[in-house]
Design a protein around this ligand. Structure first.
Ligand code: AMP
Ligand code: ZN
Length: 488
């Protein structure tokens, strides 16, 4: 039974899907005004681990992720500049060009990190009609007010407002957040639709019942998640910074529109990747991208391995020394796997069910338990290492030992369906290397045989042919020379 830590309620809960066997999951996507930093990528690897775990457990998962290409201001609570507009101005490009460029860069990072592409990726700019429809429902239910040309959500009308962040309405009303916008009745009120705001140079604007303008950031996630997953779905995720504002506001809007509570059953939040100076953030300039890691000679999988070493709900301290550690550990892991693969050359083609060894099964079970207890990747990795150490107790008898190695490798690949370290690729590579080594050996023997024939040493030539036949190589002699192929 999968247990997930639900921010809503702050406890570990048994996961029960709304529809048996199916999971609707929405993960907040990137604001595409710049490259993703490796802190952002921690969020997407976390989402990937979640979907992979659910799929391996047999669930049919619909994973939806948005791309924020409009409306995210430099402060999550409606102040500052529009991040997209500012970036476009700085780079002398249009907002759409900027969005397209960084969206593609983000996809490429996801691919390099072996993050399975979400089934649905939706762009905010392509869903403004859905946002307008949702705002209309919120307005019709009496949760809004207009001021200074903007349409606001009135949090005092929504009693559950503080639930996710465990904030008290009284504190919120007393102005725990400083309102930078004098139009707000309450500092925590937020904009659903901007029209005549301070952002007069807004590049992308749409007509709406409240005037020509653009949507607030939070409404996009409510509108798009409901479009693709329905008005009640299973899991919603993002980084911990989204708890007090973005996700709190998403819940308020969605439940105000539909009247349904709860809107989402499980809220998952990953902790930050931190630098020595604190949280990695784009604005603080303390900003490392995946490309920076690659430029320093790391493989993207080293970073994935580094992330797996920390639980998603714990802060993870980035350092170059820690990256070196991850690289060395992964190298040793892949070398061990490649060495085992050499002993069972036909492993990938010829996956006979291996004999069941209790010790191997135990590691697999412990691995499953670790993942089912709130996605504990550090424990899961430890089980993978334990499993690999089983190789040292391989029995002397060749048939049994091959079967045991096959058992270990089968379990390794099964674990990797969740870990996503691309270990099958390592096996394929090791087979290819083996093929190369074989070709070199055969070529050398064929040459030796040709030389022997030239020297009329037919006994030696026959001896070489027999040797090659035993290796499964068939020779064909022709006036043009000798060619060879593998039997079968
Ligand atoms: P944004 O593009 O700002 O909406 O951020 C994309 C995702 O990255 C969100 O889920 C954030 O919560 C998450 N995030 C931002 N900074 C960090 C960090 N330093 N470590 C982990 N996750 C982060
Ligand atoms: Zn969101």
């Amino acid at each position: 039974m999968l247990k997930l830590y639900n921010t809503l309620g702050r406890e570990l809960q048994d996961f029960k899907p709304i529809t048996p066997g199916k999971v609707g999951f929405y993960g907040c996507g990137l604001t595409v005004y710049n490259y993703a930093h490796i802190g952002n990528l921690r969020a997407y690897v976390t989402h990937d681990i979640l979907t992979r775990t659910l799929r391996r457990m047999g669930y049919d998962v619909t994973h939806v992720m948005n791309i924020t290409d409009v409306g995210h201001l430099s402060d999550d609570a409606d102040s500052g500049d529009d991040k997209m507009v500012r970036s476009a101005e700085e780079r002398g490009k249009s907002v759409l060009e900027i969005a397209e460029f960084y969206t593609q860069a983000f996809y490429s990072d996801m691919e390099k990190l072996n993050i399975a592409k979400p089934a649905i990726i939706c762009k905010a700019t392509e869903h403004v009609p859905q946002m307008i429809e949702l705002i209309k429902r919120i307005e019709a239910n009496g949760f809004t007010y207009s001021a200074g040309g903007n349409l606001y959500f009135d949090i005092s009308k929504f009693p559950h407002y503080g639930d996710l962040a465990m904030l008290h309405m009284d504190e919120l009303k007393a102005g725990a957040r400083i309102a930078k916008d004098a139009n707000k009745r309450n500092p925590a009120d937020f904009v659903l639709w901007f029209t005549k705001s301070k952002f007069e140079n807004q590049a992308l604007v749409w007509d709406s019942p409240w005037g020509r303008g653009y949507p607030g950031w939070h409404i996009e996630c409510s509108a798009m998640s409901m479009k693709y997953l329905g008005e009640h779905f299973d899991i919603h995720a993002g980084g911990v910074d989204h708890i007090p504002i973005h996700h709190t506001n998403e819940i308020a809007q969605s439940e105000a529109a539909t009247g349904r509570h709860p809107w989402v059953n499980y809220w998952l939040h990953n902790e930050f990747l931190i630098m020595e100076k604190g949280k990695m953030s784009k604005s603080a300039g303390d900003f490392i991208t995946l490309k920076d890691l690659i430029d320093r000679g790391f493989d993207p999988m080293d970073y994935r391995y580094f992330l797996l070493g920390g639980h998603y709900r714990s802060q993870l301290q980035f350092s170059w020394a820690a990256m070196e550690g991850a690289r060395n550990a992964r190298k040793s892991l892949t070398e061990k796997i490649a060495a085992m693969a050499q002993k069972v050359p036909d492993f990938l083609e010829d996956r006979k069910p291996p004999l069941v060894f209790e010790s191997t099964e135990n590691y697999l079970e412990a691995f499953n338990r670790a993942m089912e207890e709130d996605l504990s990747t550090p424990r899961a990795l430890a089980e993978l290492w334990g499993l690999l150490r089983e190789n040292s107790s391989v029995p002397g008898d060749t048939t049994v030992s091959e079967s045991k190695i096959t058992g270990i490798l089968t379990a390794v690949l099964d674990m990797d369906r969740v870990l996503g370290l691309n270990l099958e690729k390592i096996l394929k590579k090791s087979e290819k290397q083996e093929d190369k080594a074989l070709s070199a050996e055969v070529e050398a023997l064929v040459l030796e045989r040709t030389e022997a024939k030239k020297a009329k040493n037919y006994a030696k030539a026959d001896e070489i042919r027999n040797k090659l036949n035993k290796m499964g190589i068939i020779l064909t002699d022709s006036p043009a020379g000798t060619t060879w192929k593998l039997n079968g």
